[in-house]
Design a protein around this ligand. Structure first.
Ligand code: KG4
Ligand code: ZN
Length: 318
């Protein structure tokens, strides 16, 4: 089954074609990051306008790359939520118009299920699966007992983890989105600053605003005293606190729900500190598999939407 996926929920205009949920036949991602960088975050109105300008070109490029004709497509899948409404509408309209004109069924998918299914390209799922979804807009622990069944067992009460990375990255003078720069700095530095540490009193929910505010306050304090703060060490301290929360809650859920397979999803799945610590901890539990999407499928893309659409379609046939 050949699925064409469309993703425009935030600042990437993306179209991809995937066969049977695994074989990537074409993938085009136009990123607007350099446009939003100067504002320190995504400007919704600018984002939707850019999607309007690019969507047809990205569709055409993707079809050309795949060497397929529209009539070869069996299903169209498009991100319908969550995301910026003006941006989402561009993808939704383009996908439905394309599907309607070639008489192809069109399915709408949740963006986060896309991040989860980005893992399927390189690894089959072994149920029960626990997905740690860590993106710019979301932080969730999702239990999956079978394909296309999602039970959210924990989520953030305030900032998403990627959002916290971007906000502390800003005071460290890294350009938006700052996640990778903070991760790189953390690897150069030593966690010498004291930041709040995780206390297990909120079940599976997360809170990152405390850690974020502690970083901002520390920077303020040093500035007022005209003392120099070592950015690499601050990044390292921040990353240590954040990773420790994510890993401890994940491990607790693995044990409670007898998880066979842990998958990490979303932009922050690219974080080296998280990859290293989670791998180390999962190794201590027998027979649990840990997978991450390859770096190019961690951040927003349409391959993951096509894979999620494929499984949503199969689920509806059952
Ligand atoms: O999944 P994504 O593309 O967007 C949403 O759906 O929200 O994730 C983008 C987020 C940004 O906040 C970015 O700073 C973060 O992922 N990110 C990272 C890393 N690479 C990207 N955060 C921490 N470490 C990284 N290596
Ligand atoms: Zn995303």
């Amino acid at each position: 089954m050949i699925v064409l996926g469309v993703e425009t929920s935030c600042d990437e205009t993306a179209v991809a074609i995937v066969k049977d949920g695994k074989e990537v036949l074409a993938s085009v991602v136009y990123s607007q990051i350099n446009i939003h960088e100067k504002y320190g975050g995504v400007v919704p109105e600018v984002a939707s306008r850019k999607h309007v300008q690019k969507i047809t070109i990205v569709f055409e490029e993707c079809l050309e790359q795949s060497k397929l004709s529209p009539n070869d497509i069996d299903l169209v899948a498009v991100t319908s939520h969550p995301g910026l409404i003006g941006s989402l509408l561009v993808g939704i309209n383009a996908a439905h118009a394309f599907a309607l004109s070639y008489n192809i069924p069109c399915i709408e998918v949740n963006h986060l299920t896309g991040h989860i299914y980005a893992n399927y390209i390189e690894s089959d799922f072994h149920f029960p699966v626990l997905a740690l979804v860590v993106s710019g807009g979301h932080t969730e622990l999702v239990l999956m007992k079978k394909h296309y069944s999602f039970e959210v067992i924990g989520q953030t009460m305030d900032d998403a983890v990627g959002e916290a990375y971007d906000k502390v990255g800003r005071v460290m003078n890294f350009p938006y989105p700052a996640g990778k720069a903070v991760d790189d700095a953390a690897h150069r530095g030593k966690p010498q600053y004291t930041l709040p540490i995780y206390e297990d009193n909120e079940g599976y929910n997360f809170s990152f605003s405390g850690i974020k505010s502690a970083v901002l306050n520390l920077v303020n304090k040093y500035q007022m005293k005209k003392q120099e703060i070592v950015i690499d060490d601050l990044a390292s301290s921040f990353q240590k606190s954040v990773v420790s929360v994510l890993v401890q809650k994940t491990i607790k859920a693995v044990k409670e729900f007898n998880i066979k397979h842990v998958i990490v999803a979303g932009g922050v799945a690219a974080n080296r500190g998280l990859r290293e610590e989670l791998a180390k901890q999962i190794k201590t539990i027998p027979n649990v598999i840990l997978t991450f999407p390859s770096f190019k499928y961690c951040t927003d893309n349409a391959v993951m939407i096509a894979v999620s659409g494929y499984f949503s379609y199969l689920d509806k046939q059952e």
